[in-house]
Design a binder for this molecule. Structure first.
Ligand code: FES
Length: 166
């Protein structure tokens, strides 16, 4: 092989290597969202059970660290904790299941209400009492450990009748 041919092959090989090196993250950014599984949730400590009173829902903020490729983002979400009895809790994702407005507690009606389109939800089981929400409030998995309440935070698809994790 002549010197000129060798340099040509070497340049082509180098170009192919660089092209593959640069293309990998670009291709990955298109392919990975399609391959992503539903996020498994995030266990968050909501504090000691003593701060939740029976029959009086309390909102709590949870911070989530979300990674998408190289981007790391801290997102704040809201949950509603309802203590139904001494050891009986329900924790709702505060997003209205219609379009995601954050529901508010209305003690006079013992109901959660969406500020957006008139959605109303029952306190103890989250079922829809009025308005367009297609399903009850999304109850979240939770547990009590050493006197502290933990929630497995999860978002769900909005505007659909099924509870689909996203
Ligand atoms: S977002 Fe709640 S009723 Fe529309």
């Amino acid at each position: 092989m002549g010197r000129r041919a060798f340099v040509g092959y070497a340049a082509a090989a180098m170009g192919a290597f660089l092209g593959a090196f640069l293309a990998t993250p670009i291709v990955g950014s298109f392919v990975s969202p399609a391959l992503k599984k539903a996020t498994p949730g995030h266990w968050k400590n909501l504090g000691t059970v003593g701060k939740f009173q029976i029959g009086t829902p309390k909102s709590e903020r949870v911070s989530l660290i979300k990674k998408d490729g190289w981007v790391t983002d801290v997102a704040t979400r809201l949950v509603w904790v309802v203590r139904l009895a001494d050891n009986d809790y329900v924790v709702y994702n505060a997003q209205c299941t219609h379009l995601g407005c954050l529901v508010e507690w209305h003690p006079e009606d013992k109901a959660f209400k969406s500020p957006c389109h008139g959605g109303v939800f029952k306190m103890d089981d989250g079922i829809v009492l009025a308005g367009p929400p297609p399903r009850p409030l999304d109850a979240l998995e939770h547990k009590i450990e050493k006197g502290e309440l933990w929630v497995n935070y999860q978002d769900f698809r909005l505007g659909v009748g099924e509870k689909v994790p996203i």
